[in-house]
Design a binder for this molecule. Structure first.
Ligand SMILES: *Cc1c(COP(=O)(O)O)cnc(C)c1O
Length: 427
């Protein structure tokens, strides 16, 4: 499609958008009486209007039934998490028994590493991406230290080549082969949080397995954003947070995936009563007998007040399906890219460098843009004018137009505000 940088053209795309009505199902912060242009769905998704009811239902059941709500609430609390299996498994390409929700993301990755990072004298190394999300880096270091190993020896980072912003698949694969039978675990992001690069999880998983390692993914920026086929890709385990693209609310619960092939294995795990055989859970027996499935990694009884907003969101995703979201995402991101190039060409002396891969199969919703020649005051200008985005050192803004609620007109409007900002700051 040939795009145009006009309001009329953007409005036409909106009119043809199959998902256009979903915009009204979200609550936007207001700026001068208008919806803000929201580019930070990769950090905290907007609140769906339906969420309030899910939370109120729990509050009311608690008020009216107190402890009886565990079994007699309309959605009983004791197995509330099981309502996620069906819809969530579709979102991440898994069998229902392979997914569960519990805890928060870094906690779950730690718990999964208890099972999937079992270093031996010979096989003890972890491969991860250079500049992984800081929480993941701290996790790797502390796990390795807990096993009595040295981070500088046990953690192998895949680096970007000099002058390049993205990691090459060939470099990941050759490093996996090189580390070979010393490799215990590959734990990568599905989508890099800084550049928005999407990694080829299927190929990475195959390569890791070929040398005898386990392969897991941190899907914080992938869940609800890209097409995942975790089961078919044969991924061993994965976890994601729900508050980014999945719109479940600040700091909210995490989803986990454990491949079916591990459900009957004797992998060690840190156990708790919610992972115990469901039929016998309340018999209060001394010996742990795990549920067969991802639910067997559960630890505590569940925080229902945080699962309620997540359930609202998962059901909304299930209604629409990832395919439609991805179709809109591709066009919306391409339109944003076009607008950036237009504005860049219009204003002498600017140079926007999009560091996200330009190949649509290697990117998703997010464009990370190096604003050469511009400073933090441009970011401040955008924020003061109703464009919510984020800033990373040295001068990168990340723009993530979530297809659920962002419009094409938002992209056009953003371009205009960006241009005004650059021109007014020049003066
Ligand atoms: C957002 C994010 C996290 C956050 O982890 P929490 O435990 O939910 O605070 C972790 N890893 C990546 C890659 C992220 O993008």
């Amino acid at each position: 499609m040939t795009f145009q940088n006009t309001r009329k053209f953007a409005q036409q795309l909106d009119a043809q958008d199959e998902l256009k009505n979903y915009r009204n199902e979200f609550i936007f912060p207001q700026h001068n009486g208008k919806n803000v242009i929201y580019f930070t769905g990769n950090s905290l998704g907007l609140q769906p209007k339906r969420t309030q009811k899910y939370v109120n239902d729990v509050m009311n059941d608690w008020a009216n039934m107190a402890v009886e709500g565990h079994f007699f609430a309309e959605k009983p609390w004791w197995d509330y998490h099981e309502r996620f299996a069906q819809p969530l498994s579709k979102i991440v390409g898994a069998l229902p028994s392979e997914v569960t929700v519990m805890n928060t993301l870094t906690v779950n990755l730690h718990l999964l590493m208890v099972s999937f990072y079992r270093p031996t004298e010979k096989r003890y190394k972890i491969i991860c991406e250079e500049k992984a999300f800081p929480s993941d880096q701290y996790m790797f270091q502390s796990q390795v230290i807990a096993h009595g190993l040295k981070p500088e020896d046990a953690i192998v980072e895949i680096k970007r080549r000099d002058g390049e912003h993205n990691i090459r698949l060939e470099d990941i694969l050759s490093k996996i082969e090189e580390v070979g039978d010393e490799l215990a675990l590959v734990l990568f992001g599905g989508v890099n949080y800084y550049t928005g690069q999407v990694f080829d999880m299927k190929t990475i998983t195959e390569a890791g397995h070929k040398v005898g390692a386990y392969v897991g993914f941190d899907l914080a920026h992938a869940a609800g954003n890209i097409k995942l086929e975790l089961h078919d890709w044969n991924v061993d385990f994965a976890a994601w947070c729900s508050y980014k693209y999945m719109n479940s609310g600040p700091g909210n619960a995490s989803g986990c995936f454990v491949h079916e092939k591990h459900h009957h294995s004797n992998l060690p795990r840190f156990a708790g009563w919610w992972g115990h055989n469901k039929e016998r859970r309340f018999k209060m027996e001394p010996n742990f007998e795990p549920v067969h499935g991802a639910d067997g990694w559960q630890v505590s009884n569940l925080p229902i007040l945080s699962l309620a907003p997540y359930l609202a969101s998962v059901e909304q995703f299930a209604e629409v399906g990832m395919d439609k979201l991805i179709t809109k995402r591709n066009q919306l991101t391409a339109y944003l890219e076009f607008i950036l190039h237009e504005i860049d060409a219009e204003i002498p002396g600017t140079e926007f460098e999009i560091i996200t891969p330009s190949n649509p199969s290697e990117r998703a919703c997010q464009l990370s843009v190096f604003l050469h020649g511009q400073g933090r005051n441009l970011f401040d200008y955008l924020m003061a004018n109703g464009v919510i985005t984020d800033w990373r050192e040295p001068n990168v803004i990340r723009l993530a137009p979530a297809p659920f609620y962002c419009s094409y007109e938002d992209m056009y409007e953003f371009g205009q505000i960006l241009k005004e900002g650059i021109n007014s700051l020049k003066k």
